[in-house]
Design a protein around this ligand. Structure first.
Ligand SMILES: Cc1ncc(COP(=O)(O)O)c(C=O)c1O
Length: 433
């Protein structure tokens, strides 16, 4: 090319959650029975949509309005519904005009970072959900700036680390919170959120709270929405969606709620840019927006969500029992969402697992050349058991470990997966002694 066409952030885009899929599919063709534990899609793991939810959606498909465009910001009645819900839940005032719908939060995340001034940085948690960390890094053309979630302290964020990085890094304009968190399952305690809000207040920052798992805290009272502690003087963007809680990931429906927009002219201008960008795209997918109030406002909804959450909590207990007792392994029990992250104190550089089939073993040996220690473990795990987990190094962290899901709907199969992983950890570490 006569001029460089490569984006400055091109090397920052990575999504290990799906990156490992091609390798697993290859082993699948060689006869390894693949068990997908990498992607947070409840439907793919066998969850069924409550029939009453399907009925509501089916009814709506009979109306012509669901087939048309919506206003750029989203269906007005739905935005009113969300604003009224916030009023009811915590007395907070949210204008329907400060809600903007996207084609899933993946889309929202991309737009939020793309239209942020290049020199303005958002500090986010590590381990990090890669859609945020990659999009933020790509927008800046530099590595994502992170604060530590500490596996020794049940994944709580290191507040001193946030404070120092904010203080000594004037380019930091905002702090990202993912609550409940992916990949750790940590739920930010109210006090920690208050401390983060205070840091934002002191340094003139805005906050982004990705609350896509808001309804999936195992102890719902332990979950504090950001708007409960925000006050009226810190600007914030809260992200919510239908993917995880209905669950309806294929709806591609997520939205942002903007709080305290008008207290800062720059923030208000930035938010206007997000609206303008959406206008170029016309609008987000219509059908899920139209059905949202009827589903989330139905008297059966709480029960439907609660029964799913109870299952995740039970599976978290069972996995905790299996993993936490392995020496040299940190496996804090998740408190929300549907992931389990396990960290190794150390993992041998040259560990292996027994793989009987010669062709499969050769594929694994070839694939692990020059990869991180936990990626090596993940590849051997697929070769030996067919179980596909995501290496923790794919979540923008120096920690060595993996993330699995708590989504397997068959109890016996779930216990089998956990047991096979437990055995694999023990064998892998013993393989080089
Ligand atoms: C924390 C978090 N945010 C956003 C998303 C994207 O969700 P969607 O694009 O389906 O709304 C995910 C998906 O796994 C997630 O875990």
């Amino acid at each position: 090319m006569r001029t460089n066409i490569i984006h400055e952030g091109a090397d920052e885009l990575s999504y290990e959650i799906r990156g490992i899929v091609a390798f697993a599919e290859k082993l699948g063709t060689l006869g390894v029975p693949i068990v997908w534990e990498n992607i947070g899609d409840p439907i793919a793991k066998g969850e069924h949509i409550a029939p009453w939810i399907k009925d509501i959606i089916a009814e709506h498909t009979k109306t012509d309005v669901c087939f048309g465009y919506t206003p750029t910001k989203g269906v007005l009645a739905t935005r009113h519904y969300i604003a009224q819900s916030r009023k009811k839940e915590s007395g907070v005032t949210l204008s329907p005009d400060d809600i903007l719908f996207f084609n899933g939060l993946g889309d929202a995340i991309s737009v939020v970072y793309t239209y942020l001034r290049r020199s303005a940085r958002i500090i986010g948690p590590s381990p990090a959900y890669p859609t945020h960390s990659s999009a933020e890094a790509a927008h800046a053309g530099a590595a994502h700036i992170t604060y530590h979630l500490d596996p020794h302290r049940n994944w709580l964020p290191d507040i001193e680390d946030i404070r120092n990085k904010v203080k000594y890094n004037p380019s930091v304009a905002g702090i990202l919170i993912i609550n409940p968190d992916n990949p750790t399952g940590m739920v930010y305690p109210r006090k920690v959120l208050e401390q983060i809000v205070a840091i934002a207040r002191t340094h003139g920052l805005f906050l982004i709270a990705d609350e896509t798992y808001a309804r999936l805290a195992y102890e719902p009272k332990e979950f504090t929405p950001l708007y409960d502690v925000l006050g009226s003087d810190v600007p914030a963007i809260v992200m919510r969606g239908l993917s995880k809680e209905v669950p309806w990931p294929g709806s591609r429906c997520g939205w942002i709620e903007v709080y305290n927009k008008d207290i800062d002219a720059d923030f208000a201008r930035y938010v206007k840019t997000l609206n303008d960008a959406k206008m170029l795209e016309v609008c987000a997918t219509a059908l899920p927006q139209h059905v949202l109030p009827a589903i989330l406002g139905d008297e059966r909804y709480d029960h439907t969500v609660a029964s799913r959450v109870a299952q995740y909590a039970t599976r978290a207990d069972r996995a905790y029992k299996a993993f936490a007792s392995i020496p040299g392994v940190m496996a804090p029990r998740p408190e929300g969402a549907f992931y389990y992250s396990v960290v190794f104190d150390d993992l041998p550089e040259n560990g292996t697992l027994p793989i009987k089939d010669d062709t499969v073993r050769r594929e694994v040996e070839h694939a692990v050349m020059g990869v991180t220690a936990d990626k090596r473990f993940a590849h051997y795990l697929i070769g030996a058991t067919g179980i596909v987990v995501v290496p923790l190094s794919g979540f923008n962290t120096d920690l060595v470990g993996f993330r699995m899901t708590l989504l397997e709907t068959d109890d016996a199969q779930f216990d089998d997966i956990v047991e096979k992983i437990r055995e694999a950890i023990v064998m892998y570490r013993a393989s080089v002694k």
